[in-house]
Design a protein around this ligand. Structure first.
Ligand code: ADP
Ligand code: MG
Length: 358
């Protein structure tokens, strides 16, 4: 139904510098698919949706819907707007129009229907999103969640073939996220084709037929929710879905600023809500660097924490080493540490890694 070929978008800043946000986007989307687009911020997710809807014309490439390239010169914008609906983070309702008029305005202009037909259909859609009683209210009378449900009804009033959602719940108070997601879930059940940029991972996992992980201007990984969340192929995808945070230090020699490293690690633990683990991190780093591995420099120390898996680990990596540097006597020293941890010792491509899992 939809094919995107070699889509790219480069922004030119006022000072003349260029930023290529979309590098080479290719995908095929079938009717009825629900695709969640996930990825770190700044990776072009909004730009992709805006290119799709010609809110920002792409630099090159094709978007083919029903056999027609909507980016071709002369393709009527009105026709595009009918085929492709968009729901924004900030609702974008017309503040001076009633809810009913917000929904009927564009269909009255673009679809060949009477006012009565438009209003009847608008009422049906308002019922569908649970807001029939608000038909004559003004947007300012509604909560954020209600406004977003109106925005969805307004989009449906155009009978789009595909709806694009750009973080539809991220401007909402947390109590209102659910009511909007449940409307989107309902549309998915009815077979609506949708592309949804979202940070709601649980929702993305439940509702989607496919997930696109955007990274570095590409669809870096494309797969079923199960693949992407349980068996990601690429390390960037894994880091994102498991919400892995990391802090890395290269301890070159004895001049290294150990106090600075301890401070950095303390801040990391506070930031990711694992302050209770900081003492263990502190003791283990000292023990390893000063008692167990004093003769091994340079050494790379890496602190990682996965919010998803709730696992914190300290890695000590030594280059060009093939066997564990931990002597039997050191093992005993480590066993007296009063915090629970497990030790994984393994050779890597570059050397040897000791992983201490807290
Ligand atoms: P995401 O939605 O994934 O967070 P965006 O698509 O909003 O990312 O933005 C990707 C990059 O493009 C960012 O670095 C952003 O600053 C830049 N960008 C977005 N819109 C414009 C614009 N109109 N002009 C210049 N740069 C832009
Ligand atoms: Mg965005």
């Amino acid at each position: 139904m939809i094919t995107i070929n070699h889509l790219s978008k480069t922004f030119t800043n006022p000072d003349g510098t260029k930023l290529q946000v979309l590098k080479d986007i290719n995908c095929e989307i079938s009717k009825g698919e629900v695709i969640s687009i996930i990825g770190p911020s700044g990776t072009g997710k909004s730009t992709l949706l805006r290119a799709f809807n010609m809110l920002d014309a792409p630099t090159s490439g094709e978007i083919i819907i029903d056999g027609e390239n909507i980016l071709a010169k002369g393709y009527p914008l009105n026709k595009l707007r009918q085929k492709v609906g968009m729901v924004f983070q900030s609702f974008n309702l017309f503040e001076h129009l009633s809810i009913l008029d917000n929904i009927t305005m564009v269909p009255l202009l673009l679809r060949n229907i009477t006012k009565q037909e438009a209003e009847e259909e608008a009422m049906t859609l308002l019922r569908k999103v649970g807001l029939a009683e608000k038909a004559h209210a003004m947007p300012s009378d509604l909560s954020g969640g209600q406004k977003q449900r109106v925005a969805i009804a307004r989009c449906l009033a155009m009978h789009p073939e595909v709806i694009l959602f750009d973080e539809p719940t991220s401007a909402l108070d947390p109590t209102m996220v659910g009511e909007v997601l449940s409307v989107i879930r309902q549309l998915a059940k009815e077979g609506m084709t949708m592309l949804i940029v979202t940070h709601e991972m649980k929702f993305a996992r439940d509702v989607s037929t496919r997930i696109f992980f955007m990274y570095d201007g590409y669809i870096h990984e494309d797969g079923t929710p199960q693949q992407i969340f349980e068996n990601p192929v690429h390390s960037a995808t894994k880091a994102f879905v498991q919400r892995i945070h990391k802090l890395v230090y290269e301890v070159e020699n004895s001049d290294f600023d150990l106090l600075g490293m301890h401070t950095g690690m303390a801040q990391f633990c506070i930031k990711y809500n694992i302050a209770q683990k900081y003492e263990a991190v502190d003791v283990i780093v000292d023990q390893m660097l000063q008692q167990v591995l004093p003769g091994y420099r340079p050494i790379t120390v890496r602190l990682t924490h996965s919010e998803q898996l709730e696992v914190t680990a300290l890695d000590f990596m030594i280059r060009d080493l093939t066997e564990s540097p931990i002597a039997p006597a050191d093992r005993e020293k480590l066993s007296t540490i009063k915090y629970p941890f497990s030790l994984v010792e393994e050779p890597t491509k570059l050397g040897f890694r000791i992983k201490v899992v807290l």
